[in-house]
Structures are given as C-alpha cells and as structure tokens.
Design a protein around this ligand. Structure first.
Ligand SMILES: [Zn+2]
Length: 131
C-alpha cells in the first residue's frame, strides 16, 4: 500500500465510519471481520473446493537453519483460489482493514506510520521477526 492510498483510506474511513464510532463497536467489528476472513477461507475449502488444506507436521532436518525454513515449511494449501473465492476473501480483508483504520482513527494513530514502522521492523529483523 503506498503512502497516499493508505492516508486516503484512513481519511475515507474517518468520514464514513458513523454507525460504529464507539471504541467498543470498533473492537468488536474488527474481531467480527477477522472471523469472517477465516470463514471465507474455510468456505473456499469446504464449499467451493478450489483450495484444499493438506495439514501435516512440517518435518525439518536437524541441520535446517532459519534461512532454510522458508523453503522447507509448507503452507498446507494446495490449489489456487478461484475468482469467486478470491473476490469474497478480498472483500472480507477490505472490511477488516476498514475497522483497523477506524481503530487507528479512534485512538489518534496514523495507519501509515503503523505500516511503515512494522515494515521497517520486519526489514531490520528479517527472518528473526518471529511474532
Ligand atoms: Zn473457490
């Protein structure tokens, strides 16, 4: 997300977040939209079937370093999201971002700064950014 899109989005949310201005509403909507993302991904597996989850223990050789993990560890996802599922998941992600921006507004935080700081932290810590 470039700077102007992020700033513009936060200002748009500031203008149009009306029904859920209470911090309590924003917190619960953030959690609800996160659950809806999980539900949309789950439905891609269980109802559409465009992706499958083949979960199993990620076995790592004893000699594997942190640098090796990216190549050795699996996401457990097989297949590719169809256009319909991708559209729904993107919509749910957008709603989640809406309430995250609303949370920033309510607390006087700058979403762009949050993103920049996190990006810098990840770039600095690289693979050691294990959260
Ligand atoms: Zn699908």
């Amino acid at each position: 997300m470039n700077d102007s899109v992020c700033r513009d989005f936060q200002q748009t949310v500031e203008q149009y977040l009306i029904r859920h201005q209470s911090i309590l509403d924003i917190l619960s909507k953030t959690q609800e939209t996160n659950a809806r993302i999980n539900r949309a991904v789950t439905k891609s597996v269980t109802q559409c079937g465009c992706i499958q989850i083949k979960g199993k223990k990620n076995a790592l050789p004893d000699s594997a370093s942190l640098m090796d993990m990216k190549a050795l560890l699996s996401t457990h996802i097989e297949g590719k999201l169809c256009e319909h599922c991708q559209d729904i998941i993107e919509q749910e992600l957008g709603k989640n971002l809406f309430y995250l921006a609303g949370l920033c507004n309510a607390l006087g935080l700058n979403l762009e700064e949050v993103l920049k700081n996190e990006n810098n932290k990840v770039k600095t810590l690289r693979i050691f950014n294990l959260t």
